[in-house]
Design a protein around this ligand. Structure first.
Ligand code: UGA
Length: 436
């Protein structure tokens, strides 16, 4: 099958490449020339484990191409996916900015040739696919097409595995013909018995927001329970096991931490709340989850301050991990962006390390932070270590070495990576989240 993928950001590039790996012929289009030149040279503008090799393989085998020209991609395509960004609107009101989606719809319309399914892959508010259909009809009244919605559930850092072994694929369609096209695209997953959930277009659009909002609620729930654990002297790690083994609750996304971040949960929870408000309703549980998430970051600042005997002024704090999660260089809405400036403002000296995110972090964080290219260099003569992001390389640090190198032995583990006794037995003051 021939597919056009509009947008070579995170979602478009991963999806396009994986479709090519399925055996389809995919042409990825982006209007940022620099991105396309980079991809044509075989370089990948983002960090995602395994993606570079998969792009190279499929490009070499002739199934994956990159262009800035819609005329090269759209006329032959049986399906055109729109995977452009839907950031939070610059107006600051939480709405999703759909400018790029509508522009893509208008531009692709004039290149349509023969029956084509136009699929929204980007995360968009309910009603967007209908708007896309309207724009295409207005631009090219002769176009023979259906619109569809096919939300993605990829986690950064694990996107290829999520794509190849999804729990389900959701397709929102309005005709049997378009459903057939989408089922054919995902045919390789039938071999793995992946359920395809076929819904109306509106249901598919809302399913994506509901999934992300539910996961955000789950994280905020466990973060709040972690605070209760601290207050009553319970242990959240054991508690999470105790509730997570109940199949109705599930053990995933029950890890407390410094708050959720990234390009999806913060943006999508806001967009969903705005959408619901337009219908005169409120989504109080999601509102609470967003508030709890903001409070969690503030709570982490206090936790660090308390561990430093009430003041971070003049103290050297080593920060391990800056990105919102491991295996990505993405700094968007990372908790570090709130926590670090707060410490800096109170006069802390910050020495930070991240395996992939330091270049990105420099764009977002204020001046005055020392970036070092080795975790142990960050900890030299430090008064405290803050483990912010659970990269694998921080999971088995040489604690004896830290003991020798650090000035004061305070270890603040915001991801509960370590067994507290492995540090306390060496004389460290161990501070976790929701643990004694
Ligand atoms: C999320 C969803 O998990 C994907 O299904 C969805 O497709 C994607 O958003 C999207 O909408 O594009 P992602 O943002 O890449 O994926 O990352 P997650 O693994 O979901 O983590 C999000 C944040 O939650 C991170 O800051 C992570 O550290 C935090 N988190 C996650 C916790 O604090 N505790 C947990 O138990 C799980």
């Amino acid at each position: 099958m021939k597919i056009a993928m509009i947008g070579t950001g995170y979602v478009g590039l991963v999806t396009g490449t994986c479709f090519a790996e399925f055996g389809h012929h995919v042409t990825c289009v982006d209007n940022v020339e620099e991105k396309i030149t980079t991809l044509q040279k075989g370089d990948i503008p983002i960090y995602e484990p395994g993606l570079d090799a998969l792009v190279a393989k499929n490009a070499a085998e002739g199934r994956l191409q990159f262009t800035t020209d819609l005329a090269e991609a759209v006329p032959d395509a049986e399906a055109v996916f729109i995977a452009v960004g839907t950031p939070t609107s610059r107006r600051g009101d939480g709405y999703a900015d759909l400018t790029y989606i509508y522009a893509a719809a208008k531009e692709l319309a004039e290149h349509l040739h023969g029956y084509t399914v136009i699929v929204d892959k980007s995360t968009v508010p309910v009603g967007t696919a209908r708007q896309v259909a309207r724009i295409i009809k207005e631009t090219n009244s002769a176009a023979d097409f259906d619109v569809a919605s096919n939300p993605e559930f990829l986690r950064e850092g694990a996107a290829l595995a999520d794509f190849m072994r999804p729990d389900r694929v959701v397709i929102g369609v309005e005709s049997e013909r378009s459903e057939q096209v989408l089922r054919e695209i995902y045919q390789p997953l039938y071999l793995r018995d992946t359920p395809i959930v076929s819904t109306s277009i509106e249901t598919a659009e809302l399913t994506k927001y509901a999934a992300n909002a539910f996961l955000a609620v789950k994280i905020s729930f466990i973060n709040e329970i972690a605070s209760v654990c601290e207050a009553v002297g319970a242990d959240v790690t054991d508690l999470a096991k105790g509730i997570g083994m109940d199949g109705r609750i599930g053990s995933k996304f029950l890890h407390p931490g410094p708050g959720y971040g990234g390009s999806c949960f913060p943006k999508d929870t806001l967009a969903l709340m705005r959408l619901v408000q337009e219908y005169g309703e409120n989504l109080r549980i999601v509102e609470a989850a967003v508030e709890v998430n903001a409070a969690q970051k503030a709570r982490m600042v206090k936790k660090i301050r308390d561990a430093l005997n009430g003041s971070e002024t003049g103290k050297t704090i080593a920060v391990l991990g800056l990105t919102f999660k491991p295996e990505t260089d993405d700094m968007r809405d990372a908790p570090a962006l709130t926590i670090l400036p707060a410490l800096l403002e109170k006069g802390a000296k910050l020495r930070v390390h991240d395996p992939k995110g330091m270049e990105e972090a420099k764009k977002y964080l204020p001046e005055g932070i020392e970036y070092v290219d080795d975790a142990y260099a960050a900890c030299q003569r430090a008064d405290a270590v803050v483990l912010m992001t659970e990269w694998n390389q921080y999971r088995a640090l040489d604690l004896e070495r830290l003991k020798t190198d650090m000035k004061e032995l305070t270890f603040i583990d915001l991801r509960n990576v370590y067994e507290p006794t492995s540090l306390t037995s060496l004389g460290f003051n161990y501070v976790g989240v929701g643990r004694k």
